[in-house]
Design a protein. Sequence first.
Length: 273
Amino acid sequence: LGKGWPFHWMLYGPLVDYVLAYHDATVIREGPAPNPKGRYLFAMYPHGVYGVCRAFSGGVGLWRQLFPGISARWGSFGAAFMLPGIREFSLFAGCIDASKPVLERAIARGENIYLLPGGIDEMNLTDGTSKETKLVMKDRKGFVKLSIENGLDIVPGFCFGEKWIHKTVRLPGPIRQLLRPLRLSGTLLRGRGASFLGFLDPPLGFVWGKPIKVKQQKPVDEQYLNEVHSQVAEAVQDIFDRYKVRFGYAEDEILSMVSPQEAKVKAGSKKLA
């Protein structure tokens, strides 16, 4: 949980390539390959219910080709390590607890970090029927502060199509409230037919933006924190605007940034699927 298990054989192995091949996925890296001697925090959006976007962080034909010499560990919600089966899979996939002390120990060991900063609040906003994709980015600056304190350049990424992979069924509000302290969304998934397999139309797409250079500070200046956070938000918005049509989104689809508080209100007002 604190240090993690050996994981390169799985996360950077052929299994991830099979997952991406099933979804007929396309990945784009903008700009040249980052310097393998650099230090990075990879920020992926949106979270989605299933989180299949994590597959774009591994593989032989994908990651090792696009980001040669670079590896990273996933920050994951703590409850994952309490669930048999999920715990072992998470550890084999390179996950560690996403709490700040654990992440900072990993960074001190020289490891890079993957995060889904939107977390459970963003997960609950996943809606394949809506033309508005909501990201929980407003007022969520902890990952930016972590990168500044530790001198990690931020690599933003956006996954297209994840909101259509599964149909969702939301459990009643009281049950979701009971599950929330465990960082569980209270959303069930429906796949193709009687299976859990995701739908395939449109195919998945992912775009990794250029690294956002970060100047290490400790303590972090509030103005600089806001500046870097704005750069990340603008980069993600730019990726969405330029690639949405290519990956099957309508011209009038939009991306909006909400706060964690706004996300809770919006998620609570959604009707049961």
